[in-house]
Design a protein around this ligand. Structure first.
Ligand code: AVJ
Length: 329
């Protein structure tokens, strides 16, 4: 098989490692230094995020799970609309744990729909393709492995039915507010009038609660951040000594921005692939991640600005998290 046909099958750049390398070098040669949180999720990072979702301080997962288990019928009624057949497309499906509650209910209602999980991880997609038809008999599943917008186009080429897009887990929080606005507009451009978006968004709340979620006592978030340096060591042949970096999470209640940094504990040099040398000054930071928090007014503004009409908002009992349904206009 030649490279071109492999590319069409998986829809990945010819060499994922080279993209990773280029992004890392660019980020570490910038001022201030930065790394992209999308690279957190290798096999070790996936496991650490799983642990994080089970730890006491990390509330978003539990809140959204409560919404999906307590308000399943209401959410499904809203997305079923007038009963017209639809495709349920999930961006970044992961293990599809939360969506399984919806899928199960929709099957029980004999809703006419198919499920198209999209994920950048090949493992995730082959796992879902294999397991979902067994755990949810009768479910039509088509896993799509690739990036969001390419796979949305692919989904549109496979079916002309109404689309309901799921974007859960506050993944939209990993973008700066301006980037989230642009992303929602792009998403709208890949949809048609009458399509829907069900988006999970973390709300502004007591700053101590937010900060604790990104600074858990067990140190999972710290390891989650340091794992990206270790991943660079493993995959790009670098020599980071993670003991010389400290995890520094911040939350600004005014802007709702929760940001994580790694701080260099001494003057040091790191070599990547034996050729690139990166110099760190003592106390210099690497910007790792943003987990933006919103209020309801802001989310409605983003919806309208992107060409959606906010239809419903589902809260958890503490009002810490929302799942909003937006209708494409
Ligand atoms: C998976 C992006 C929603 O930002 O809350 C958890 C990732 N980072 N702890 C988040 C994460 C640190 C998480 N998202």
């Amino acid at each position: 098989m030649n490279t071109a046909s492999i590319q069409t099958l998986t829809n990945k750049p010819a060499n994922i490692t080279e993209q990773f390398y280029a992004d890392v070098i660019k980020g570490l040669q910038s001022t201030p230094k930065q790394l992209s949180s999308k690279y957190f999720y290798d096999a070790v990072g996936d496991k650490l995020f799983q642990d994080l979702m089970n730890c006491d301080e990390y509330y978003p997962t539990n809140c959204e799970l409560e919404i999906f288990t307590e308000q399943t019928a209401e959410i499904c009624q809203a997305i079923m609309g007038n009963g017209e057949a639809f495709d349920l497309i999930e961006l970044g499906a992961g293990n599809a744990m939360k969506s399984t509650f919806l899928l199960k209910y929709l099957l029980e209602q004999n809703a006419d729909f198919s499920y198209l999980p999209i994920d950048i991880s090949e493992n995730v997609i082959s796992y879902l393709n294999l397991t979902l038809p067994v755990s949810l008999p009768g479910l039509q599943v088509t896993g799509l492995n690739g990036d969001y917008f390419n796979m949305l186009k692919k989904a549109a080429s496979l079916s002309k039915r109404r689309k309901v897009v799921l974007f859960l887990g506050s993944n939209v929080g990993n973008m700066l507010v301006g980037d989230a606005e642009i992303f929602c507009k792009q998403l709208r451009n890949h949809l048609s009038k009458g399509d829907m978006l069900l988006v999970g968004i973390d709300m502004k709340k007591n700053p101590k609660t937010v900060l604790a979620a990104y600074n858990d006592k067990g140190g999972i978030t710290k390891r989650f951040n340091l794992n990206l340096l270790e991943r660079i060591n493993r995959e790009l042949g670098a020599d980071f000594d993670v003991a010389k970096f400290e995890h520094y999470p911040t939350y600004d209640p005014e802007t709702g921005s929760c940001k994580s940094y790694l701080i260099s504990l001494e003057d040091q040099q790191v070599k990547i692939r034996g050729k690139e040398t990166i110099c760190f000054a003592k106390d210099e930071h690497i910007y790792m991640e943003i987990s933006q928090k919103y209020n309801v007014i802001q989310t409605n503004q983003i919806a309208s600005g992107a060409g959606f009409k906010p239809l419903n908002i589902f809260f958890d009992s503490k009002k810490w998290f929302i799942d909003a349904i937006w209708l494409a206009e």
